[in-house]
Write a protein that binds this ligand. Structure first.
Ligand SMILES: [Zn+2]
Length: 160
């Protein structure tokens, strides 16, 4: 099939990773594309518009759809970081509370954000957990659907 245009627009997922400075798995992955006035990475949707925030795109490409009404936040507080492991979803109110709290002290190790039910290390542990699903669900406080999605790699696709 002949291409009508010389330059075919490439899909978002393909354009996206070219603009990411992928470093170690736990390090920040700086966005090297354009940065918006608030300091977030920015990339055009397929077709050029609208402009999307790069960390939200990273979350959707790797973790899964962003639940309606929730914002994507950074555990690392680096706005232009797009490492999916550093991203979690929360309500706008929780995001503000989180920022207030972080102003006083660092995020305590092991403490779970109320909405970020699972952290990346949990997801990896769950994938390797061979116990009966009932026990896994009880330990992590997750439902059947969430567990199945993780095991089948429908969510958190970028994790091992
Ligand atoms: Zn980061």
């Amino acid at each position: 099939m002949a291409r009508r245009k010389g330059r075919q627009p490439r899909p978002l997922a393909e354009r996206f990773w070219e603009k990411v400075d992928k470093r170690g798995p736990d390090e920040c992955w700086p966005w090297v594309g354009s940065i918006d006035t608030r300091g977030y990475g920015s990339i055009g949707a397929d077709g050029g518009k609208p402009l999307l925030r790069a960390h939200r795109v990273a979350y959707e490409l790797c973790v899964g759809p962003i639940p309606p009404g929730l914002v994507v936040c950074h555990t690392c507080d680096t706005r232009h970081c797009v490492n999916p492991i550093h991203l979690f979803v929360a309500t706008q109110r929780e995001n503000v509370l989180d920022m207030v709290r972080k102003g006083r002290r660092q995020w305590p190790a092991g403490e779970r954000h109320p909405k970020a039910k699972l952290r990346a290390e949990d997801v990896i542990a769950i994938r390797n957990d061979t116990r009966p699903p009932r026990l896994i669900r009880a330990e992590y406080g997750i439902g059947k659907t969430t567990l199945h999605q993780i095991k089948r790699r429908e969510t958190w696709r970028c994790l091992p």
